[in-house]
Design a protein around this ligand. Structure first.
Ligand code: NAP
Length: 292
C-alpha cells in the first residue's frame, strides 16, 4: 500500500480541508511515535473531490473527474448519509434519504466498478448501513413515499429502508461479482456521537434514546465509530469475504426482509430502471455490473 492516496469525496471543500488538516496532524503524531502501521509511509496523501449525493449529476461529474485522473481504486467506502430527514425530494425527484443514502452511492459504485475490476487483488466496496435497517419495509409502490404528507411520513421507516437497501445492494452485487476481485461488505458503525442527529433534533424520543445510550456508556466517539468501517475496509483477515454485515467488527444478523433474494432482485431491477431513465447507466456499465 506504499504511496496510496485517500480521496475525500465530500460536498463541502471547507469541511474536507478541516478533516485533511486533522488527519495529517494525526499521521505526523503517529510517525513521531514510530507507530509500526505508519512508519513505512513517506507521507499521507489526501485529496478532496467534490461529490454531492443529493444530485445524480454531481455523482456523474465526480466519476468523470475520477476517471480522467487515471487512478486505480482499491477501496470504496460509501459512508455519506442523512438520518431521519423530514419528507423531502431531490431535483431528480427521489425521496432524499433514498437518493443520498442509497441511489447515488449505488450509481457511484456502478461507475467505479470497471476501474476496481482492473485495480488488482482484494478490492472492496464498503457500505456503511445501520441497525435502523430493521425498521424497513419492502414495498416498491411506496418506495418514494409520495402517498404520504409531512405529517404521516415515517422518517424512521424511510431512513431504515435506505439502510436496508444498502445491505440488499451488497447481496445483489456480490452475486454478480462472485468470480471477481471485488467484494462488497456492509456494516453498522454503532451508535456514534456525530452530526447525524442534526436532522432529527426535533424528535424528542430519539434525543432521549441518545442521552440514555450515553449514560450507559454505549455511545461511541467518532474514533470508536470508525473502527468497524476501517476493519471491513483494510483487515487482511477479510480478504475474499463477502455478504457479511458487521457490527462491532463482528458478523451480525440481518433482518429477513433484507436477506430475501426476491426482494433484493426486485430492488436491483427498480434501481436500474431509475438510473436508466436519466441515462445515468450506459450499456457498458450495465454489462460490467451484471458481470457479463
Ligand atoms: N452516528 C450514528 O449513530 C450512526 C448509526 C448508524 C449508522 N450511521 C451511518 O454512518 C454514516 C456516517 O454518519 P455519521 O454518523 O458520521 O453522521 P454525520 O456526522 O452527519 O456524517 C454524515 C456524512 O455524510 C455526508 N453527507 C450528507 N449528505 C451528503 C450529500 N448530499 N452529499 C455528500 N455527502 C453527504 C456529510 O457531509 P457534511 O459534513 O457536508 O454534511 C457527512 O460527512 C451514515 O451513513 C449513517 O447513516 C451512523
Amino acid at each position: 500500500m506504499m504511496g496510496a492516496t485517500v480521496i475525500l469525496a465530500c460536498r463541502s471543500e471547507e469541511k474536507a480541508k478541516e478533516a485533511m488538516t486533522w488527519m495529517n496532524a494525526e499521521f505526523q503524531a503517529e510517525k513521531d511515535r514510530k507507530t509500526k502501521e505508519v512508519v513505512d509511509y513517506p507521507e499521507l496523501r489526501i485529496e478532496f473531490m467534490k461529490l454531492d449525493c443529493a444530485s445524480l449529476q454531481s455523482v456523474m461529474d465526480f466519476v468523470k473527474e475520477f476517471k480522467n485522473s487515471g487512478r486505480q481504486l482499491h477501496i470504496l467506502v460509501c459512508n455519506a448519509g442523512i438520518g431521519l430527514h423530514k419528507q423531502a425530494y431531490t431535483e431528480e425527484g427521489y425521496e432524499l434519504m433514498f437518493q443520498v443514502n442509497y441511489l447515488s452511492q449505488y450509481l457511484l459504485a456502478a461507475h467505479l466498478l470497471p476501474i476496481m475490476k482492473t485495480s488488482g487483488e482484494d478490492c472492496r466496496i464498503i457500505l456503511v448501513s445501520s441497525e435502523a435497517h430493521r425498521f424497513c419495509e419492502f414495498n416498491l409502490d411506496r418506495i418514494q413515499g409520495k402517498q404520504f404528507n409531512e405529517q404521516n411520513f415515517g422518517r424512521l421507516l424511510f431512513y431504515g429502508n435506505s439502510k436496508a437497501f444498502q445491505i440488499m445492494q451488497m447481496f445483489s452485487m456480490n452475486r454478480r461479482l462472485q468470480n471477481s476481485n471485488v467484494a462488497v461488505l456492509s456494516l453498522h458503525p454503532g451508535m456514534v456521537e456525530t452530526e447525524l442527529r442534526r436532522n432529527f433534533k426535533d424528535m424528542t424520543i430519539f434525543n432521549i434514546f441518545t442521552s440514555l445510550t450515553k449514560c450507559v456508556g454505549k455511545l461511541k466517539n467518532p474514533f470508536e465509530g470508525a473502527e468497524t468501517t476501517i476493519n471491513a475496509a483494510v483487515s487482511p483477515a477479510l480478504r475474499g469475504v463477502r455478504d457479511i454485515y458487521y457490527d462491532n467488527c463482528k458478523p451480525a444478523n440481518i433482518h429477513n426482509i433484507v436477506t430475501n433474494t426476491q426482494n433484493q432482485e426486485s430492488l436491483w431491477t427498480y434501481t436500474l430502471d431509475c438510473l436508466k431513465k436519466g441515462d445515468f447507466l450506459p450499456e457498458d456499465i450495465i454489462k460490467c455490473l451484471e458481470g457479463t
